[in-house]
Design a protein around this ligand. Structure first.
Ligand SMILES: [Zn+2]
Ligand SMILES: [Zn+2]
Length: 366
């Protein structure tokens, strides 16, 4: 095809450079995507600083795993297997399983022995180099799971499909449904989408908690339909949830904060008899001080670890955005370009002076 594609390469030491790559041909049985937008995420920031947290992670790397773009070069096999055509706008599942190892052949959600993740596992020197959404083009492997994007949303808005797929997976794993009182601790983009996912699953009352610095995010929670928001610095969160629930407390607490104190709070926020706690916010491997496991025992609490998505939750996320495009519009947030990535990182690290964003997308030049 000729021509060049630009891509941001994170060097793993808090710096990056924009490199040029030849526009690639599709891998055998795969396709080439012209990336339109990619959501920026806390794990990109970890990659920026070389803090690996994903098995097989490459560094340096072209990051970006919340990928939306148009298929421009599709092999006949990919067209048939994926049900797509050139020109289709798609959301790309970052998880690529081999389909041949024992885990894949057993089905289910086991860990593929040859797992590849766009934006993580294949570095800029791996076979053509363009394997992350921070590149203007992306090579798609034959086992890629792509979903046709719904009309009526911009590529940048659509990038929330990926954190929404995580959220839908997690609310499913803690069985959120009608009658549930759900407290989401931590109103980052992933927490806000957990609130949206809990509402989509029919939760009766959704309460989102944050701090004084989170006023934009708590406003966004309300715009997404959360029934109540609580600034935990302004009032006692346990007392307030007691008031809001007539003393019943939460049946589900989803912990999305990066701090350990919220784990203890989660135990205090749950009511008696079979409540569920979803632990989804990573704590940088910091132990939780003062954790009283007797509370877990006496209240019969189910504690569920929550990481990642499934192919089913990916499909569910794209369908939900088709039905409820206002979720994506409400979460649209701020855009950066390849030349202003550092501003995006600053926003994610919450050190952009006087500015906050509920979500940041890197939008590639048309
Ligand atoms: Zn992410
Ligand atoms: Zn496999």
């Amino acid at each position: 095809m000729g021509g060049h594609a630009r891509a941001a390469v994170f060097l793993g030491d808090g710096t990056y450079e924009v490199r040029e790559f030849p526009i690639p041909a599709p891998p055998a049985g795969g396709a080439v995507l012209k990336v339109e937008a990619v959501g920026m995420c806390g794990s990109d920031v970890m990659q920026f600083h070389g803090q690996s947290h994903v098995p097989g992670e490459a560094s340096p790397v072209i990051p970006g795993h919340e990928i939306v773009g148009r298929l421009i070069d599709v092999t006949p096999e990919a067209a048939a297997n994926w049900g797509v055509a050139e020109g289709d706008r798609v959301c790309v599942d970052e998880i690529v399983k081999c389909g041949r190892c024992a885990s894949c052949l057993a089905g289910g959600t086991g860990l593929c022995a040859n797992l590849q993740l766009y934006g993580y596992t294949m570095g800029p020197d791996h076979d053509g180099g363009l394997w992350g959404g921070y590149g203007e083009y992306l090579r798609l492997l034959p086992n890629t799971h792509v979903m046709k994007a719904p009309d009526g949303l911009t590529a940048a808005e659509l990038t929330v499909f990926e954190p929404l797929a995580n959220a839908l997976n997690w609310v499913t794993s803690v069985r959120v449904g009608p009658g549930d009182v759900v407290v989401v601790q931590g109103p980052g983009h992933q927490g806000l989408l957990c609130a949206a996912a809990a509402l989509a699953c029919g939760a009766s009352q959704v309460i989102v908690t944050g701090t004084g610095a989170d006023s934009l995010r708590l406003k966004t929670a309300t715009a997404l339909g959360a029934h109540e928001v609580i600034d935990i610095e302004a009032e006692d969160v346990v007392t307030r949830v007691g008031e809001l629930t007539g003393g019943r407390m939460a049946s589900v607490v989803m912990d999305l904060t990066p701090v350990t104190a919220s784990v203890r709070t989660a135990l205090d926020l749950t009511g008696m008899a079979g409540a569920r706690i979803a632990l989804a916010g990573l704590k940088h491997f910091t132990p939780v001080d003062g954790l009283l496991t007797d509370l877990i025992t006496l209240k019969n609490i189910n504690v569920q670890g929550c990481a990642g998505s499934t192919p089913g939750s990916m499909e569910q996320a794209v369908r939900l955005l088709a039905d409820r495009p206002e979720i994506a519009r409400t979460m649209a947030g701020t855009h950066v370009s390849l030349d202003t990535i550092e501003h995006g990182i600053a926003l994610l690290e919450r050190r952009a002076a006087g500015e906050d964003a509920v979500h940041v997308s890197l939008v590639h030049a048309g």
